[in-house]
Design a protein around this ligand. Structure first.
Ligand SMILES: C[S@@+](CC[C@H](N)C(=O)[O-])C[C@H]1O[C@@H](n2cnc3c(N)ncnc32)[C@H](O)[C@@H]1O
Length: 298
């Protein structure tokens, strides 16, 4: 019967089980599986892993075998027992301290984003983020909710850094930035404080946090502070012109819905924000990676 169901049914199962795959990844990161195997002098059997991690023998063996199936771990048989080691994927991206590690982003996704995504249907119904339901925290002051503890603030910031280790150079190479001697990556309260004068302002993954009205307010402030002939570099994941792709950007936009006040936008939507703020010569470059670049001039 199953074999007659075809591609649609397979796809449906893949989608439905996607959250389980995410949780295997998150749990293995939380437990420190990849660090343990990276530091071990030789591949370890599941009893050794469970004893080092203080985890249940049965649960550990299940998790390790699932990680093998997901190509996060590799298994060999030694002396009749399965022994486990990191695959190259895990050594490169999952071990803490690896130069390309994405571990902090995954921990943030598992501990925070995932909890908000539990309320996606309510977020769609209400059109707003779900901090109150997920964590009992009001989010009128968005970043007070996001930075609700020092640990949370650090986790968020470390998670944000992970992607730039992989994709930062590509994004910054999208345009020739040599005409801009003084570049400002805005901090302080950019909605209220005086902004420092500069030739180029970088707003990376900032506009996607905010409503159109707040983006317009911020862009007008940046325009006023910007030196004549200067510019603004907006770094965001760009939606396709019809707003129906790429899938990753659409998922990020839903992530903005459950976690922020904003959304991902199309190039036309960024133009519609930048133009009225005074910026001209708006150019959008897709990098082929997760994040793209939009450069506009004063
Ligand atoms: C999604 S993060 C992006 C951070 C960084 N640009 C990156 O791409 O990794 C949004 C940033 O906006 C900052 N932010 C939020 N509200 C702000 C405000 N009112 N003034 C200045 N910065 C603010 C947050 O602290 C956070 O670092």
């Amino acid at each position: 019967m199953c074999s007659q169901e075809g591609e649609g049914y397979s796809l449906l199962k893949e989608y439905a089980n996607g959250f389980m795959v995410s949780q295997v990844l998150f749990a293995a990161c939380e437990l420190g599986v990849f660090e343990l195997l990276a530091e071990a002098l030789e591949p370890l059997d599941s009893a050794a892993v469970s004893s080092h991690l203080g985890s249940s023998p049965q649960g550990t063996e299940l998790l390790l075998n699932t990680c093998v199936s997901l190509k996060l771990l590799q298994a060999d048989v030694r002396g009749g027992k399965a022994v486990y080691a990191n695959t190259e994927l895990a050594s490169t991206y999952l071990v803490r301290g690896s130069p390309r590690s994405q571990r902090d982003m995954l921990l943030y996704a598992g501990r925070t984003a995932y909890v908000c995504w539990r309320h996606l249907a309510e977020a769609v119904r209400e059109g707003r983020n779900q901090y109150l339901k997920a964590f009992g925290i009001p989010s009128e002051e968005l970043f007070s909710a996001i930075y609700r503890s020092e640990d949370e603030r650090l986790q968020f910031m470390q998670g944000l850094q992970d992607v730039w280790r992989l994709e930062g150079a590509t994004v910054l190479a999208a345009f020739d930035l040599s005409p801009f001697p003084l570049i400002c990556d805005l901090g302080g309260d950019f909605f209220k404080d005086a902004l420092p004068e500069a030739d180029l302002y970088i707003l990376a993954r900032v506009l996607h946090d905010w409503t159109d009205a707040k983006c317009s307010h911020l862009l007008q402030r940046v325009y006023r502070a910007c030196r004549t002939g200067g510019g603004i570099l907006v770094i965001e994941s760009l939606l396709d012109t019809d707003g129906r792709g790429p899938l990753t950007t659409l998922l990020y936009s839903l992530n903005m819905l459950v976690q922020t006040e904003g959304r991902e936008r199309t190039p036309a939507e960024y133009r519609a924000l930048l133009g009225p703020a005074g910026f001209r010569d708006v150019r959008c470059r897709r990098t082929g990676g997760t994040y793209d670049a939009v450069l506009a001039r004063k």
